[in-house]
Write a protein that binds this ligand. Structure first.
Ligand code: C2E
Ligand code: C2E
Ligand code: C2E
Length: 91
């Protein structure tokens, strides 16, 4: 991809996230809840997160960011377009 292409927005679907079994989604559920709390953003059905947060979550999940994004897309928590966020700089 071209360097001028803006990164995709990373918008978590919080209703879908709440439906994923917490054995898998627990760390992400807690991370998203922390961001909501820090912002005072409690009523959203979605939560926009930072590009940096994806790298942090990849460390938490101990897997490459690209695999984590694939998992979140398969859960319906992230839009497939989010894959562009990790295509060029995988962790
Ligand atoms: P902070 O990083 O010092 O940001 C302070 C304030 O700057 C934020 O207050 C927000 O009003 C604004 N701000 C910073 N970055 C952005 C941005 O990319 N977009 C917009 N629209 N505003 C931005 P806020 O929202 O009350 O957040 C308070 C603190 O909570 C932040 O302090 C940060 O420590 C944490 N936080 C909030 N959202 C996120 C997030 O998505 N990821 C991470 N890692 N931390 C977050
Ligand atoms: P958008 O970024 O495409 O967001 C569309 C709608 O998704 C927002 O409508 C809001 O209902 C929801 N949404 C997205 N991210 C979050 C989130 O982190 N928390 C919550 N609670 N809801 C979220 P809304 O609020 O009417 O905003 C319409 C448009 O206005 C946004 O489109 C965006 O382009 C702009 N906008 C709103 N707030 C900010 C902001 O803090 N920073 C920037 N740069 N743009 C903003
Ligand atoms: P956004 O508000 O449209 O911001 C888009 C990008 O502009 C951010 O991508 C970041 O690179 C830059 N940016 C905007 N405001 C600030 C700022 O105050 N400080 C810095 N250092 N950079 C800023 P990023 O970080 O990937 O965030 C993506 C989206 O996540 C933001 O879109 C916003 O919707 C949400 N977000 C991130 N951090 C915060 C935060 O602290 N508070 C709130 N309310 N929303 C945040």
């Amino acid at each position: 991809g071209g360097a001028a292409e803006p990164p995709p927005r990373l918008v978590l679907d919080l209703e879908r996230l709440a439906q994923v079994p917490s054995e898998k989604a627990g760390p992400l559920q807690r991370y998203a809840a922390t961001i909501q709390s820090q912002r005072g953003d409690y009523n959203g059905k979605v939560l926009s997160i930072r590009q940096d947060d994806l790298r942090t979550l990849a460390v938490i999940y101990d897997q490459p960011a690209s695999l984590l994004v694939d998992q979140l897309v398969s859960w319906g928590v992230l839009d497939p377009d989010a894959r562009r966020a990790v295509r060029d700089d995988d962790a």
